[in-house]
Ligand binder design. Structure first.
Ligand code: GDP
Length: 199
């Protein structure tokens, strides 16, 4: 597991606070409660790696995790969205930050969009995928909490989401079922992220 030494590096809420550009990083987005922290923890084989992202006040920050022994390779936890009512001006600040991040961050190699398999492809999920597509970056739809559905129902949802996204984006978006609870799909997720990071 190339992620088992993942470690908190920093939290940034302005561009100046980001680590130097030029390495490779993979960003994780998802609606609050979708299971993003659990997915990051399962990816890295750790119990509480991503808890730091949930510290109150960090809700508008990008949280970076380093991947020793690799230099300049990062996992980036984007704030969970669609949860608290964010004041209008903060929302504008955040929108501008995301525009700048997706628009200019050379290190960004791909985006994982974490969705509850029971409620996939909400507006926010689609807009995050749109950010990646406009940059010409690959995205990976992680349909988590698959353990909450029967195998058949989970497979049907994966197929339906795959069909929906490939109609618009071709093979720029991949889709998989996942569970942070049972670790179903963790090898597939590791392969996608490690491939993007070239580790
Ligand atoms: P986040 O807000 O997106 O970071 O979501 P969390 O990872 O904190 O998960 C939100 C809730 O969903 C928690 O109660 C988790 O225990 C639960 N959860 C997350 N992933 C799974 C999963 O794969 N299966 C099940 N059954 N519950 C999950």
């Amino acid at each position: 597991n190339p992620f088992n030494r993942a470690d908190y590096l920093l939290a940034a809420h302005t561009h100046r606070q980001l680590p130097p550009d030029g390495g490779r990083e993979v960003a994780f987005a998802g609606r609050s409660n979708a299971g993003k922290s659990s997915a990051l923890n399962a990816l890295c084989g750790r119990n509480a790696l991503a808890r730091v992202s949930k510290t109150p006040g960090r809700t508008q920050q990008l949280v970076y995790f380093g991947l020793p022994p690799h230099e300049g390779k990062y996992l980036v936890d984007l704030p969970g969205y669609g949860y608290a009512k964010v004041p209008q001006d903060l929302q504008a600040h955040w929108q501008a930050f995301l525009d700048g991040y997706f628009g200019s961050r050379d290190a960004l190699a791909g985006l994982v969009v974490v969705m509850d398999i029971r409620h996939p492809l909400k507006d926010y999920d689609r807009s995050m995928i749109g950010y990646a597509m406009r940059r010409g970056l690959p995205a990976h739809a992680l349909l988590t909490k698959a353990d909450k559905l029967s195998r058949g129902a989970a497979m049907n949802t994966v197929q339906a989401v795959r069909k929906d996204l490939s109609a618009t984006y071709g093979d720029s978006v991949s889709v998989q079922g996942f569970s942070g609870e049972t670790k179903q799909g963790v090898d597939e997720l590791r392969a996608v992220v490690a491939g993007w990071l070239e580790i």
